[in-house]
Write a protein that binds this ligand. Structure first.
Ligand SMILES: Cc1ncc(COP(=O)(O)O)c(/C=N/[C@@H](Cc2c[nH]c3ccccc23)C(=O)O)c1O
Length: 399
């Protein structure tokens, strides 16, 4: 499974039989009508699909005012793809439903996962509860502190949350621990990876499960506007919500596709997670991809205000799309995301996840210079309930 020079399967020998077993089952199910029917049924009646394509009238009006204030007289129509309204509050459920059915088919007895924002952890704990599996979620200690509402949800759902204190205590460290657990429990354990990264076939199967986002959005915009969007935008942590929205549009050459990286406190320092803007190709977590490494090849910790983007790597398909030029990847700073978080809450009555706020922040930047009849779709990948404490303390608000 290669995406140009990216992707592949760089794993310890002990993991190979497991990965090959996963690949065999994945190749079986991906064209199995019964598997697809069961997944579609759960996506519909359990996760609540299709998610709405909502015309963000408040934000559109606001950006038109900004545009006229600049004497531009423009401002495109902004649509939100409402993955925040899925069961558990983000796009993560799409991937978890697909993978739990795979785990069941493989006869596994135990689920493990990694998480940073806690959204994938909650979605994993949710499908584990629904299908009766014990579930262990590895979560960096830093993220346990900043996404506490999700930690409670995971525990309520019956999952064991294992704080990871190694390194920076964020996603990279959590993923390292999950992989270690997997290697020591090869027989009974299914590793439910949370993004479109990792050794082949994970990037492909996660992209497959998430591409329902773009497939729906493409049909919905044609139905609601009678034509394709001019631009589609999504935040990129490991890259699953973004590749899910982008993949069905890749052959629509007139659709501009923009992935947003965590610019953190700026790319001139090391406090960011802009792997494709400021990184270089290397191997991490079983795949070759763009990542942040120092001169000695040590993987950097990185930084982002949002736990779900706080990862110094990226899924290999995005690395390939970057180098092919089909997708533009631009950084958005912590502060820009925070402003978009506040603006969206105020003008739309929607509290977005800080990760999603990065994508909205880029729309805020480019929409005023666009024409009124142009169309932009932003992936609202998740809701911001998990972030309210963090944002409140940053804004000096009393709870
Ligand atoms: C609401 C929301 N939007 C966007 C993202 C960005 O992730 P992606 O680019 O895959 O769409 C996340 C990440 N949430 C996961 C992120 C994650 C899980 N495992 C990972 C491995 C590597 C990188 C990121 C993750 C979490 O639970 O922390 C999220 O919770």
């Amino acid at each position: 499974g290669m995406f140009g020079i990216f992707g592949g399967r760089f794993v310890a020998e002990t993991l190979m039989p497991l990965i090959l077993d996963l690949e065999r089952h994945w190749n079986e199910v991906k064209n199995d009508p019964d598997f697809r029917a069961e997944l579609t049924d759960l996506s519909t009646h359990y996760a609540g699909r299709p998610s709405k394509l909502y015309f963000a009238e408040g934000l559109t009006k606001h950006l038109r005012e900004v545009s006229s204030a600049k004497g531009l007289g423009g401002g495109a129509k902004v649509y939100f793809k409402r993955e925040d309204l899925n069961h558990t509050g983000s796009h993560k459920i799409n991937n978890c439903l697909g993978q739990i059915l795979l785990a069941k088919r493989m006869g596994k007895k135990r689920i493990i996962a990694e998480t940073g924002a806690g959204q994938h952890g909650v979605a994993s704990a949710t499908v584990a509860a629904r299908f009766g599996y014990p579930c262990v979620v590895y979560m960096g200690a830093t993220d346990v502190a900043r996404q506490s509402p999700n930690v409670f949800r995971m525990k309520l759902l019956g999952a064991e949350v294992r704080p990871v204190t190694a390194g920076h205590g964020t996603l990279k460290d959590a993923m390292n621990e999950a992989l270690r657990d997997w290697v020591t429990n090869v027989e009974d354990t299914y590793y439910l990876i949370g993004t479109a990264a990792g050794p082949h076939p994970y990037p492909e199967l996660v992209r497959d499960f998430q591409s329902v986002i773009g497939t729906e959005a493409r049909a919905q915009i044609l139905e609601q506007e009678g034509r394709l969007p001019d631009t589609i935008i999504a935040a990129v942590g490991g890259g699953s919500n973004a590749i899910g929205l982008f993949h069905p549009f890749l052959d629509d050459k007139d659709v501009r596709i923009i992935g947003i990286e965590a610019g953190g406190r700026g790319l001139d320092g090391i406090e960011h997670c802009a792997s494709m803007n400021a990184g270089s190709p290397g191997v991490l977590h079983g795949n070759r991809t763009y990542l942040l490494q120092n001169a000695d090849g040590q993987i950097m910790d990185g930084h982002s205000i949002s736990a779900g983007l706080d990862y110094p790597g990226v899924g290999p398909e995005h690395s390939w799309l970057r180098d092919s030029g089909r997708v533009e990847y631009v950084p958005i700073l912590d502060d820009e995301a925070l402003e978009a978080f506040k603006l969206t809450t105020r003008v739309e009555g929607i509290i977005p996840a800080l990760e999603s706020a990065h994508a909205i922040a880029h729309a805020v930047k480019i929409v005023p210079a666009m024409d009124k009849d142009q169309i932009v779709i932003v992936n609202l990948s998740g809701r911001g309930d998990k972030d309210v404490h963090t944002v409140a303390s940053m804004l000096g608000m009393e709870i």
